[in-house]
Design a protein around this ligand. Structure first.
Ligand SMILES: [Cu+2]
Length: 438
């Protein structure tokens, strides 16, 4: 008789006293599942890359590192170089990245693989690559000075190791980190388990968060910034350039979040559903330790893997909940004008600057939308067009598009709301009937 069936056998006096204490603990070991079960038959026709039907990881706005296989070893090539990077239309930067992008290509492999990764350094200074979270031989860990000499400019060095553990990891420069990471030298490293853990997911996404300091009009991110970062990105893009995540009602969806921002943690919030954290860059979270959340804090230098089963179709906001992280350059450093009576000031200013108008006295909600002239190579205060009006968030913001038929859905299209399910002005008769005085 195992312990649980002994528990059910309840009424026996001899066992009852001893089990009084054990009862609640036993109940905790078999928690109610936090997420609803994924809807059967909703399996998306995903590209399978790992045993057990595990789908390929999708990197919105990004790419995946191609492998060639030589004698059973997966061989890849990262080129560290200066790149011309667009955060969103209107704002470009001379950043540093890998293989033409920042973040660099997502590295995706399977537990037990042996990988050989060549790193060519085309930067104007030395570099290294650290494989963040992977447990590997010390001499492959990539910390300049501690584990290796830095890779000189113009040279190609090679890292080779076995992928011992599955998980969601990262890679980044570990030479002159402050400069190189601030300029974009980072990417994600996914190792699928050889035997799947937990329920199979239908879709698997990876998003890396980052923050940059771009002086208005400048061409290069400022690596010396310690605060007041003014360009916030998912996979190197600020909304509205962030690609939406299109998923199906009832599908089980995994999103792997990583953070190699220089200074800030990001509380990532998703509307319209709840999720559980199933893993970090340290390993899997046991099912008994998972709890429901709608916001997950992704720390600098950490990954957080969340899974969800959306039940409500729609266009759901997904964003960092730090309000300054859904802003862009123009939202920073402005004087606080909220509540100020600026009429006299405006009249006087117009004598020397015709058309002058103080901004922000009634709040700043409409500022992104105003087509006011902005300096070259800068973004409007925030936001982009939405289905109802201007969306006045920018930066670290994207949209989770939950659809009944996600594979036929137009990723650029907006949700069609069923009749009578959209908020609108109050009906006077209804107001009166409910005795609401306005
Ligand atoms: Cu943030």
């Amino acid at each position: 008789m195992d312990r649980r069936s002994f528990m059910r056998w309840g009424g026996v006096a001899a066992g009852a006293a001893a089990l009084t204490h054990a009862g609640p603990a036993d109940a905790q070991q078999t928690p109610e599942p936090v997420l609803p079960p994924a809807r059967a038959g909703r399996r998306a026709p995903a590209r399978v890359v790992a045993p057990g039907g595990q789908p390929a990881v999708v990197t919105p706005n990004g790419t995946t590192l191609p492998w060639t296989v030589r004698d059973g070893v997966k061989v890849g090539h990262l080129v560290a170089e200066e790149i011309d990077h667009e955060f969103a239309p209107g704002l470009r930067a001379r950043a540093w990245g890998y293989n033409g992008g920042t973040p660099g290509p997502t590295i995706e492999a399977v537990e037990g693989d042996r990988v050989r990764i060549y790193v060519t350094n085309r930067l104007p200074e030395p570099t290294t690559v650290h494989w963040h979270g992977l447990i590997l031989p010390n001499g492959m860990d990539g910390v300049s000075g501690l584990n290796q000499a830095p890779i000189p400019r113009g040279e190609t060095w090679v890292y080779e190791f076995d992928l011992r553990d599955p998980g969601t990891f990262m890679y980044h420069s570990h030479y002159d980190e402050m400069t190189q990471i601030a300029l974009g030298m980072m990417g994600m490293f996914i190792v699928h388990p050889r035997r799947p853990r937990g329920p199979r997911v239908d879709r698997d996404f990876v998003l890396s968060t980052h923050e940059w300091r771009m002086e208005v009009g400048a061409r290069r991110p400022d690596p010396n910034a310690m605060g007041d970062f003014n360009v916030l990105t998912f996979n190197g893009k600020s909304f509205p350039a962030t690609a939406p995540l299109v998923v199906g009602v009832g599908e089980r969806v995994r999103i792997r979040l990583g953070n190699l921002s220089p200074m800030d943690h990001h509380p990532i919030h998703i509307h319209g559903l709840n999720f559980v954290m199933t893993a970090t860059d340290g390993g899997y979270v046991p099912a008994s330790a998972q709890f429901p959340e709608t916001t997950v804090l992704v720390p600098v230098g950490g990954t957080r893997v969340i899974e969800m089963v959306p039940t409500e179709p729609g266009d759901w906001a997904m964003h960092c909940h730090m309000t300054h992280h859904i802003m862009t350059q123009m939202g920073h450093g402005a004087p606080n004008m909220v509540g100020a009576d600026t009429r006299r000031l405006d009249r006087r200013m117009r004598r020397v600057a015709p058309g002058y108008m103080s901004m922000g006295a009634n709040g700043m909600g409409g500022m992104g939308e105003m087509r006011m002239p902005i300096p070259p190579n800068s973004l409007p205060m925030r936001g982009g067009p939405g289905p109802f009006s201007y969306i006045d968030m920018g930066g670290m913001f994207t949209v989770l598009k939950v659809r009944e038929n996600p594979d036929d859905a137009d990723a650029d299209g907006w949700f069609t709301h069923p009749d009578d399910t959209v908020v609108g002005p109050a009906d006077p008769a209804r107001l009166a009937a409910d005795q609401i005085e306005v």
